[in-house]
Design a protein around this ligand. Structure first.
Ligand SMILES: [Zn+2]
Ligand SMILES: [Zn+2]
Length: 341
């Protein structure tokens, strides 16, 4: 079989790899669609994974082989799921921090989503594989993982009806956040970005106001419009300098949700007096627990997520390198790219 294998930021090869062999408790799926995630793009461009890695985790496919002990799935089932499974019993799991479980990152699908066939290990079969509702396409179902991550992130903060929310970053994650928020009767969703292309999409995802922060200063906007500030700020762009800015436009008592990995220049300066005097908070969120997938599939099935506008490109699995290049072109309207097999 073939897979798109990482060798370098400009060197992704669609090449022959060994087709996985399953045991009695595992499942083999034929990949149908795998979404290209911001984290995949970062890993490739920053060359932070080893040569020979097959990336991809937003998969959807068809069951083509089941181990003889597998009774919950059959050949022909259309499925989607996640890649990391917690143990459910350790210290972190017992406190509900499933994504921090020491077993979490040790578990994975094999060889990765950008591959013609994928082996689904036993713990995934038990806890992290879901049948795709009939009316959803494979591409739509591949959005379950990023939607589930956003649901997980929003659970880190108490969202009240009437809240004013700022989302920093109008990429697929920021736009999914916007749609999930609008279903919760928030008063206002403001989205910022430095790209007009990205921002132009944001109204279709429920944004009330868009601000290009390359041209307009956010704090000036707040002052000029007599805006009371935001109850919640979600940072959905991997720029650590956004954190001090988020704290400054937050209402007293508000919360900043750090959704993005701040891997580059993670040290930032914030006024720590705001925690005491203004009761402002910062919360972090990482990945997704098994409990958010069903909610995500329901959100997609019920039309909460505008999949039609969100998926801007469908490309063949062999074009992963081109797909990543495309995301770097400032003049292209690129939101979600789904690789298809
Ligand atoms: Zn993802
Ligand atoms: Zn655990």
């Amino acid at each position: 079989m073939k897979a798109s294998v990482f060798y370098g930021k400009d060197d992704i090869r669609f090449e022959e790899v060994q087709k996985p062999v399953i045991n009695d408790n595992e499942i083999l799926i034929k990949l149908k669609a795998c979404g290209l995630c911001g984290t995949d793009i970062h890993k490739v461009l920053e060359e932070s994974v080893s040569k020979g890695t097959v990336l991809g985790h937003e998969f959807a496919g068809e069951v083509v082989e089941t181990g003889k002990n597998v009774s919950s799935f059959s050949i022909g089932d259309r499925v989607t799921g996640g890649i990391h499974v917690p143990c459910f019993t350790c210290d972190q799991c017992s406190r509900g921090h499933y994504t921090l479980c020491p077993e979490f990152k040790k578990t994975n699908i094999h060889p990765g989503g950008f591959s013609e066939y994928i082996k689904i290990p036993v713990e995934h079969v038990r806890h992290l594989l879901y049948k795709i509702p009939e009316e959803l396409s494979y591409s739509e179902a591949s959005l379950a993982e990023p939607v589930a991550c956003c649901i997980h992130g929003q659970k880190a903060v108490n969202i009240h009806p009437g809240d004013r929310v700022l989302i920093m970053g109008a990429g697929p994650i920021g736009l999914i956040h916007a749609q999930l928020l609008k279903k919760q009767l928030v008063k206002e969703v403001v989205i910022t970005d430095v790209s007009d292309h990205r921002l132009n999409n944001a109204h279709a995802f429920g944004a009330d106001t868009i601000i290009n922060t390359a041209e307009n200063n956010l704090r000036d906007y707040i002052q000029e419009n007599g805006h009371p500030g935001f109850d919640i700020v979600i940072i959905a762009a991997g720029v650590s300098a956004l954190l001090p800015e988020a704290m400054n436009v937050l209402k007293r008592g508000g919360t900043v949700v750090c959704f993005s990995p701040f891997t580059i220049n993670p040290d930032v300066t914030i006024d720590a007096g705001m925690f005491f005097h203004d009761e402002k908070s910062i919360v972090g969120t990482y990945s997704v627990s098994p409990y958010e997938f069903e909610e995500a599939l329901l959100a997609i099935q019920n039309g909460v997520i505008n999949t039609e506008v969100l998926i801007t490109h469908e490309m063949p699995l062999s074009d992963l390198g081109e797909a990543i290049q495309l995301t770097q072109k400032k003049n292209e309207n690129v939101l979600k790219i789904v690789l298809k097999n």
